[in-house]
Design a protein around this ligand. Structure first.
Ligand code: NAD
Length: 401
C-alpha cells in the first residue's frame, strides 16, 4: 500500500516514521528546506530520530517531496497540516484547504482520506470532503475518516504505539480501512460512532487542560495574595485518592494545541448559539499570566524594572523541545519591556528565535524562568542573577510563582 502524508511536521513526520515500517510513504510538504533535509535523512522533529528516517529512505520506504503530483497513486492520504487561529482568534482552515487542493488535483484513483489535524466537529464531513470534491476533476469515490492526533512531542512514556487512538469514518468501509491502517502500528484503537465525536473528543481533551491550567494559575494568584504556598497546597490536595487531578502553575500555555484548540470549540459553539464562557475566561487568565508575573517581579524589585537587565530562561513552550509556537515567553518579554526592563533570553535547546540568539546565563539583575529544560542546571540558573523568579517549581531557592 502507498501512503501519502500531507505535512511533515510534528504530526506528519511522526506518522511517516511509524507507517514507513509497514507501507511505502510519500511525505509531501510545502517547505522545501524541510523536504531537502528529510531526504538527507535528517529529522527536524523531537521524538523522530534521524537514523530511523535514513533507514526508511535506504529501504525505499520513505521519501519527502515538494511535488504534489508525487502523492498520485496513494491508497491512503493522511492530512497533518497546521490549524491555527487567524488574527481575530478564529479557526484558520486555509492550510486544510490547500491540502484538499493538493489531494483533489493530484489523486486519480479512489483513496481513503484521513484527517489527523485538529479541528472542530464537522470538519471532515462538511469541509474536507466537499473541498476535495470541488478540486477533483473526476468523481473518484474517496472514503473519508478522522483520527485525531494525540502525539506529545518530547514525551518518552507515551508514543504512537501505546497511546490509544480514536477513529471514525464517514462510512463503515472508511471506518474499517482506518482501523486496518492504524492497527499495523498502534496497539489501542478506539472506534467511536461518528467522526464528529472523535473531533469533539480531541478538542475537549485540550480544553480540559486549558481550563485546568487557567484554574491553577488563578489559584497561584489567590495563594500569593493570601500568603499561602500554592505548590504545597496542590500537593496537599493531591493526596486525595479520587476526584482530583493535579495541574501546576506556569507562565501560561503555549504550543500549537492548548492555546488554540479550545477556541475551535468555542467558535463552533457560538455559531450554534452557545457561549463557551469557561473557554473564554480560561484564555484570558492564561494570557494574563505573563503580565501578572512581570508585575510581581517589578514589585519585588523596588516597584520598577526601568533599565534593569532581565534574562528570561527557557523560551520554548515546554521542556526539552525547541518549539516556541505561542510560547508565553513572548508575552512575558513584552510585559517586562513595557515595564522598562532590558530583556535578553537564554535557551540552549531553541538556540535562535525571532531573529535573535540565546545569550549566556548570568550578567543580569533578574532572571525569570519560563521553561526549565533538562540540560539546564537549576543551580546554574539560581547563580545567574541576584534575584531569580521561577514559574516552573524546579529551581529551588528561587522566588516561586
Ligand atoms: N504538535 C503537536 O503536538 C500536535 C499534537 C496533536 C495534534 N496536532 C495537530 O496536528 C496538526 C499539525 O500540527 P503539527 O504540530 O504537525 O504542525 P507543524 O507546523 O509541525 O507541521 C505542519 C507541516 O505542514 C506543512 N504544510 C503547511 N501547509 C501545507 C500544505 N498545504 N501542504 C503540505 N504541507 C503543508 C508545514 O510546512 C509543516 O512542515 C495541527 O492541526 C495540530 O493542531 C499537533
Amino acid at each position: 500500500m502507498r501512503i501519502g502524508i500531507i505535512g511533515q511536521g510534528y504530526v506528519g513526520l511522526t506518522i511517516s516514521a511509524y507507517a514507513g515500517n509497514h507501507y511505502e510513504v510519500t511525505g509531501f510538504d510545502t517547505n522545501a528546506k524541510v523536504v531537502e533535509s528529510l531526504n538527507k535523512g535528517t529529522s527536524h522533529i523531537e521524538g523522530v530520530d534521524s537514523l530511523s528516517i535514513a533507514k526508511l529512505i535506504a529501504k525505499g520506504k520513505y521519501k519527502a517531496t515538494i511535488n504534489p503530483a508525487d502523492i498520485k497513486g496513494s491508497d491512503i492520504v493522511v492530512i497533518a497540516v497546521p490549524t491555527p487561529l487567524d488574527s481575530s482568534r478564529k479557526p484558520d482552515l486555509s492550510y486544510i484547504d490547500s491540502a484538499c487542493k493538493v489531494i483533489g488535483e493530484n489523486l486519480d484513483s479512489p483513496a481513503l482520506i484521513i484527517n489527523e489535524s485538529t479541528s472542530y466537529p464537522g470538519t471532515i464531513r462538511k469541509y474536507i470532503k466537499p473541498a476535495i470534491e470541488k478540486y477533483s476533476k473526476a468523481k473518484l469515490g474517496h472514503e473519508y475518516a478522522i483520527s485525531p492526533e494525540r502525539v506529545d512531542p518530547g514525551r518518552q512514556d507515551y508514543n504512537q504505539k501505546n497511546t490509544p487512538r480514536l477513529y471514525a469514518g464517514l462510512t463503515p468501509e472508511a471506518t474499517r480501512r482506518t482501523r486496518e491502517f492504524y492497527a499495523t502500528f498502534c496497539d489501542h484503537l478506539v472506534e467511536v460512532s461518528s467522526p464528529e465525536v472523535a473531533e469533539a473528543a480531541k478538542l475537549f481533551e485540550n480544553t480540559f487542560r486549558q481550563v485546568n491550567i487557567a484554574l491553577v494559575n488563578e489559584l497561584a494568584q489567590i495563594s500569593h495574595a493570601l500568603g499561602i504556598d500554592v505548590r504545597e497546597t496542590l500537593d496537599a490536595a493531591n493526596t486525595k485518592p479520587y476526584g482530583f487531578m493535579k495541574f501546576t502553575p506556569s507562565a501560561g500555555v503555549g504550543g500549537h494545541c492548548i492555546p488554540v484548540d479550545p477556541s475551535y470549540l468555542a467558535h463552533l459553539a457560538l455559531e450554534n448559539g452557545v457561549r463557551a464562557t469557561f473557554i473564554e475566561r480560561a484564555n484570558e487568565v492564561n494570557l494574563e499570566m505573563p503580565t501578572y508575573i512581570a508585575k510581581r517581579v517589578a514589585s519585588d524589585n523596588g516597584g520598577s524594572l526601568k533599565g534593569k537587565k532581565v534574562l528570561v530562561v527557557g523560551v520554548a513552550y515546554k521542556p526539552n523541545v525547541a518549539d516556541t509556537r505561542e510560547t508565553p515567553a513572548e508575552l512575558l518579554i513584552d510585559a517586562l519591556e513595557k515595564l522598562g526592563a532590558v530583556v535578553t533570553w537564554h535557551d540552549p535547546v531553541v538556540g535562535s528565535w525571532n531573529g535573535k540568539d540565546s545569550v549566556g546565563l548570568g550578567g543580569v539583575d533578574i532572571a525569570v524562568v519560563v521553561t526549565k529544560h533538562d540540560v539546564l542546571s537549576a543551580a546554574d540558573i539560581l547563580q545567574s542573577a541576584p534575584y531569580v523568579f521561577d514559574t516552573t517549581g524546579k529551581v529551588k531557592g528561587a522566588v516561586q510563582i
